[in-house]
Design a protein around this ligand. Structure first.
Ligand code: ZN
Length: 95
């Protein structure tokens, strides 16, 4: 076993070929579902499972930590905007 997908890797689930692309990935928190679009990931060409790099996961974890105070049921972000702002594209307020 290796430490995860790298260049030329195969999907651990189905053995399909991984290619770089972007994916929309939901993150389920205790009170909020955060949907992040355009996340750079290696995506299996067979089962479409996305695999994130450690750096990307760190970036998203940092964002999720900053979202703790927001009261919303669903937040939608674009990964590419995260460098400059944490304003969501859509925030569905919980009542
Ligand atoms: Zn696969």
């Amino acid at each position: 076993m290796t430490g995860g997908p790298g260049k030329g890797s195969r999907c651990p689930l189905c053995g399909g070929r991984l290619e770089w692309g972007t994916a929309t990935i939901p993150f389920v928190l205790p009170d909020t579902v955060v949907l992040i679009k355009e996340v750079p990931a290696e995506i299996c060409q067979s089962c479409h499972e996305p695999y994130l790099t450690g750096q990307t996961v760190d970036h998203i974890t940092d964002l999720l930590n900053r979202l703790r105070g927001l009261r919303a049921e669903v937040l939608i972000f674009s990964y590419t905007q995260l460098a400059s702002t944490v304003q969501p594209i859509v925030a569905a307020e919980s009542q």
